[in-house]
Design a protein around this ligand. Structure first.
Ligand SMILES: C[S@@+](CC[C@H](N)C(=O)[O-])C[C@H]1O[C@@H](n2cnc3c(N)ncnc32)[C@H](O)[C@@H]1O
Length: 398
């Protein structure tokens, strides 16, 4: 496994061949998922033109369901592992994975249609292969593997989404009528946290460069606290960049060993310690210079979000910073991060509670905790809100 946390979207270069090259791999220049409708073939006028266009668009949304079904079945069947060993014919794959030959051909062509496998002619048969670029995402064990996300879909998401209408009728309130925070189980988090590691590098890139550009403690000893750390990757990547920093990651008993193991894998185990603790039971310590609340506020209700920010304020050093990287809805609701956040809110709803909170809500929580927003940064699928104590001038450095 080659971890490449330093590959940033900023290093992606569009070249004259129309492809975007990232880390030696070729991607579509606009990075879009391959379109399934050729809208140029639809008439702009004539009877029902707008209705027919709209029907194509709705249908295109509806068939998005096919993608996880096909990708996850291919994972379950071991197709990706098989194709990773080299170009394979339909017969090769069907024999190795004991699957039906025709059905295997349909699946391999479907994966090819999504651009996830290559297909080449070899004499009278086709050979399919898993491109290098997708190995880390589709095979288990890599730092940025999505296999945990697939397991989460299998165990939680599929049934949750199929019950969405019922959830919307009832809402996510408990017996006493209070709104519920998201509460998937610790075992479900074991899958999920590894499957969202890929979010961390671009967030750490922009966070680290903003802190450095603003003269914030790059060369000083910093005590970092990662609350609900998951695998701990955010803190660990920051430790790689800032050799004087130390990090503690708080999480549940089944999750902390994952974080400790990953710290060892990245070679920062001497400065990273995982701590088993229920975040609502205190014990965050005090005088943390940088507190990460990454992908934590979308799990919260209005009330628990406020409690989380107050706990962060209580544990923060005088000139410390709180970093919230999350699905925060900003006033520009057309921004990709806002649109993703609004869909993410539906995902939280489907799985039992939580929300994508607005920047205004974050500001309210911060103010009530004696904190104020110092910066809002962009990551591909997140907003990053940096906050300091009200009136504290440590960031940006004077
Ligand atoms: C959505 S994950 C985010 C993980 C990590 N911060 C990240 O961004 O990849 C939420 C994390 O919070 C942890 N968590 C949730 N409730 C917790 C609690 N009461 N005490 C400790 N950890 C908790 C979960 O175990 C999980 O690792």
């Amino acid at each position: 496994m080659t971890a490449s946390p330093s590959v940033s979207p900023l290093s992606a270069a569009a070249r004259s061949d129309g492809a975007r090259h990232v880390g030696g791999m070729s991607f579509r220049e606009d990075d879009s998922i391959r379109p399934l409708v050729d809208y140029s073939k639809l008439s702009a006028d004539g009877t029902g033109a707008s209705k027919i266009r709209a029907a194509h668009q709705v249908y295109e949304h509806l068939v998005s369901l096919w993608a996880p079904a096909i990708i996850e079945a291919a994972h379950d069947l071991g197709f990706f592992a098989e194709l990773a060993t080299g170009p394979r014919s339909v017969d090769d794959v069907a024999t190795a994975r004991t699957t039906d030959r025709r059905a295997t051909r349909v699946m391999l062509d479907a994966l090819y249609a999504y651009g996830l496998v290559t297909k080449s002619q070899d004499g009278r048969e086709h050979r399919y292969a898993l491109p290098e670029a997708y190995r880390e995402a589709l095979l288990p064990g890599g730092l940025f593997s999505l296999v945990g996300k697939i397991a989460h879909d299998r165990n939680v998401a599929w049934s949750a989404w199929s019950n969405l209408a019922r959830t919307v009728r009832r809402g996510t309130r408990d017996e006493s009528g209070d709104d519920r925070a998201n509460g998937i189980s610790e075992t479900d988090y074991e899958d999920l946290v590894t499957g969202i590691n890929f979010w961390a590098p671009p967030i750490v890139d922009v966070l680290a460069s903003t802190l450095t550009e603003n003269g914030w403690k790059a060369g000083e000893p910093v005590s970092l606290l990662d609350v609900g750390c998951g695998t701990g990757l955010y803190g660990q990547l920051l430790l790689e960049r800032f050799p004087h920093w130390r990090a503690r990651g708080i999480d549940a008993p089944r999750i902390v060993p994952l974080a400790d193991a990953q710290a060892a894998r990245l070679g920062v185990q001497d400065r990273f310690s995982g701590v088993v603790r229920d975040i609502w039971q205190g014990g965050w310590g005090e005088d943390a210079d940088l507190i990460l609340l990454n992908n934590m506020i979308h799990l919260q209700t209005e009330e628990s979000g406020q409690k989380l920010l107050q706990a962060a304020a209580n544990a923060l050093s005088g000139d410390g910073l709180v970093c919230i990287a999350d699905q925060v809805v900003i006033p520009d609701e057309e921004a990709p991060q806002s649109r993703f956040a609004m869909l993410f809110a539906a995902s939280m709803l489907a799985t039992g509670g939580g929300d994508a909170h607005s920047l205004a809500t974050c500001d309210r929580w911060l103010a009530a905790a004696g904190l104020e927003r110092a910066a809002v940064l962009d990551a591909p699928m997140h907003k990053i809100v940096l906050a300091r104590r009200i009136g504290q001038s440590g960031f940006p450095a004077a």
